[in-house]
Structure formats: structure tokens, C-alpha cells
Write a protein of this length. Structure first.
Length: 40
């Protein structure tokens, strides 16, 4: 039980907001990469 809690904190060290911003940034990267590919 203690171990699983520690793993959760390792995955999201800065909390849910940081995780959401990471997801947004990844989405922006995918979008820009997709548009770059479509221009070729």
C-alpha cells in the first residue's frame, strides 16, 4: 500500500495541474508535427 502511494507521487510529482500541462504540451507537439507533415 505504501509503495503504490509512493509510485503515484513519482508519476505526478507536481500534482494534477502539472500533469495536465504536460498533456497539453504533448498535444501541441503532435499538432505541430502533423501540420508539418501535411505541408510536405
Amino acid at each position: 500500500e505504501d509503495q503504490s502511494q509512493r509510485r503515484y507521487y513519482v508519476v505526478t510529482p507536481l500534482g494534477r495541474d502539472a500533469l495536465a500541462s504536460e498533456v497539453d504540451r504533448l498535444g501541441d507537439f503532435v499538432t505541430s508535427a502533423r501540420s508539418a507533415l501535411s505541408e510536405v
